[in-house]
Design a protein around this ligand. Structure first.
Ligand SMILES: Nc1ccn([C@@H]2O[C@H](COP(=O)(O)OP(=O)(O)OC[C@H](O)CO)[C@@H](O)[C@H]2O)c(=O)n1
Length: 343
């Protein structure tokens, strides 16, 4: 019974929203023509989500915006800047600071340099590493917008013994980096070694989990995995509870395999090896998903706003306690109680 749990003191709350994909165009369909996409209405759902967060008894400590904030079609109609400004204007009404994750649609509209110089770079919200009992180690990163190989990642601690890590699932990707970048070329090689189709987004001929090797997915570089490992070493020693956040799901049980990160297995085994990790939060798969893995890590994939009908909703508020988190989902997003794994 969750009401009889040891830790009934609410520590803090945070909001989550995924795949808004706003565009000032009429409704359309997804690529497989199975779902409607409500490009204009997504802005109204965002507005209502912000209103509800603002009206909570205590405003959420922060909001996680899980990426694909505007749709790629804005680029074709030369409306990328305008669409982004429209969505950001809504976020200015939000009483809570917003952490932005980058998805594939960010890269259809902007390159990495533009993103790093934009409001979608929320790294300024990164916290300091302060611990009385664990030696300080160098796990803060500087991101130079002129560095063509840089990845977008940072972490913050909103409450003692809790940490959130924003990761970059398109660090290895054929999207977003110039053709002369080493990571771009490495990504082309990885993708081509699995996917022989002329259209890199076509899954034709890809069997089982290999269906993830698509141009609209990506992965994590060794450099990023090493950084993450160092942060998690610190969190383990400091006995923290860590939630890792990215655009792409990393557990095939939590999503359609077509949406999984290329090197999900490397990321997954690393997170499972760190006792501090309790949750992974992703977007990208608009149908959403959930899986509790063998090590007790909760994998939450948030339903996308873009494919949510006007009379419904798709956002959540997570209430964080000593021994569990409770996701209060709205509309398509179910309520879930997420007990922390045994250390
Ligand atoms: N078989 C396919 C699928 C897609 N494309 C093209 O790829 C681009 C991205 O597709 P899109 O469905 O817009 O990507 P989302 O991030 O919104 O959704 C990911 C998952 O599908 C959600 O469940 C776009 O240009 C498509 O036309 C393709 O060519 N071939």
């Amino acid at each position: 019974m969750e009401t009889e749990a040891a830790g009934n003191n609410l520590y803090f709350t945070f909001g989550v929203i995924a795949d808004i994909q706003y565009a000032d165009i009429r409704n359309g369909l997804n690529y497989s023509r199975t779902r409607e996409r409500y490009y204009r209405n997504s802005l109204r759902l965002l507005r209502n989500a912000i209103k509800e967060w603002n009206e909570e008894p205590v405003a959420p400590n922060f909001i996680l915006q899980l990426g694909d904030i505007i749709d790629g079609c804005n680029s074709q109609i030369k409306a990328s800047e305008e669409a982004l400004q429209t969505v950001l204007n809504e976020f200015t009404n939000c009483l809570s600071p917003v952490h932005h994750v980058w998805g594939n649609h960010e890269f259809y509209n902007f390159d990495r340099k533009q993103l790093l110089k934009s409001v979608l770079n929320s790294k300024h919200l990164e916290g300091d590493i302060v611990s009385s009992n664990v030696p300080s180690i160098s796990i803060k990163t500087e991101i130079n917008p002129d560095d063509s190989e840089a990845f977008y990642g940072y972490h913050f601690s909103p409450f003692p013994k809790f940490r959130f890590i924003i990761t970059d699932a398109y660090d290895l990707s054929i999207l977003g980096r110039g053709k002369s970048s080493k990571k771009h070329n490495e990504s082309v090689q990885i993708l081509k070694s699995y996917n022989k189709n002329e259209n890199p987004n076509s899954p034709e001929g890809l069997a089982g989990l290999n269906i993830r090797f698509l141009g609209f997915n990506g992965g994590f570089s060794q450099e990023q995995l090493e950084w993450l490992n160092a942060v998690l070493d610190f969190s383990d020693q400091n006995q923290e509870k860590v939630t890792v956040v990215g655009h792409l799901p990393i557990h095939p049980g939590s999503t359609d395999p077509v949406c999984v990160a290329w090197n999900f297995n490397e990321m997954l085994s690393m997170l499972q090896a760190h006792s501090s990790v309790v949750c992974f939060i992703a977007g990208h798969d608009h149908d959403g998903g959930y899986y509790l893995d063998d090590c007790g890590i909760h994998h939450l994939t948030f339903e996308g706003v873009i494919e949510t009908s006007p009379e419904s909703q798709a956002f959540g508020t997570v209430h964080v306690y000593e021994d569990r988190m409770i996701l209060e989902g709205r509309g398509r997003i179910p309520r879930r109680v997420l007990w922390y794994r045994e250390r």
